[in-house]
Design a protein around this ligand. Sequence first.
Ligand SMILES: *Cc1c(COP(=O)(O)O)cnc(C)c1O
Length: 447
Amino acid sequence: MIPYCDPSKCEAAGCVPTVCTGSGIPSNRELFDRSCAAIPGGVNSSIRAFKSVGGSPYVVARAQGPYVFDVEGTRYIDLVQSYGAVIVGHGHPAITAAITAAAADGTSFGAPTPREMKLAEAIRERVPSCERVRLMNSGTEATSTAIRLARGATGRDRIVTFSGNFHGATDALLVAGGSGLATLGLPGTAGIPNATVANTIVAPYNVVPQLDDQVAAVIVEPVAANMGVVAPVAGFLSGLRAECDRVGALLIFDEVITGFRLGSGGAQHHFGVRPDLTCFGKVIGGGLPIGAVGGRADLMEVLTPIGKVFHAGTLAGNPIATAAGLAVLNELTPDVYAELGRRALRLSSLLSDACSSAGLVAQFPVVGTLVGMYLGDGPLPTNFDQAKTTSESTYAALFRAALAEGIALAPGAYEALFVGLGHDDTVLDQISVAAHRAAAAAMRSLA
Ligand SMILES: *Cc1c(COP(=O)(O)O)cnc(C)c1O
């Protein structure tokens, strides 16, 4: 049995009682090693293991606003923000209050609730293409449900996806694309039979593929935010809309990152292209597990219990997640988005300054409130082949140097940098100072 900790010793050691593990003084390394004995690789989402940047992860005890604190008490300015699930800052009082109030009413019932209704209404009001919204538990569940729905509604099997786009751990979309032309997908990981991806076609991003009448749907990240941040070129999204219409295929926007981050209307409002179905996740749960599919009423009503395409979930529309999501959407006014856009530009320019004064080749593209990092010179990438020319070894060096300076970047070279309501000008000033030192240190370590 694990011994209980001694609170007096805990305090002396600077231990955080709420995360006490019973071993007295916790260290990141100790806790991570202990996790590895209970959890494969010590993590519940693979990137968290620091495989591509080296070292062993900091173990988070708590977070507040722009900061995360590890179990050793070290504070980092957090540019991960739960990979974009957090937008108003960690531990925001309005979100915490909504969660607490909902939890006091009970955590899950297996029956309809007013909270899920209100969140669906809030999404519907802000995103006009979403005439109906079905709530679920993750972005992965949203993309897999959207694919099933598209196939069931059209009676067709083929799905077109884009190289370098990420749609979560959905089998049919975990494909390895070839370079250049659209190709039939091969499984992108062990454990997926060829047959599962036999109807998935992988096309290069930012080129409108020619479709035929076997295609059920095209699924796209309207701003690619999992290969760095890559904007859609002019005519790409509208071209997809037109090509889908020409052959009767559905257009699915995966707005799991862009939804309620690029603005209330998401990428579809930003670029003025209306998809048939939209996948959501991340922001709409206020940091709790959530996903959603929204879309045209006639399509959405092909889902059970009205239609023939099955969907269900024990915890779907969970009262706590929907309360948190609703509280977040209520905070996200047009002024907030304008401010987040300004901060994204400032983050990009201060990071550019830091890197250029250290002689480190880096570019920080901004799309609305999203910031990317591309460690290469020449034009910014417009597709995955180009995005892959980023220097992963430079990223790893920069990542480690930044962490040593108290800045937490995502432990992978292709993730976006997330600013939120916590990152005010004082924090951005702190990032600037730390980034100058980190860029210089990264250059020294690479020399
Ligand atoms: C994060 C993400 C997903 C997966 O969402 P989960 O909640 O992690 O399952 C899907 N699509 C995009 C674009 C994402 O960024």
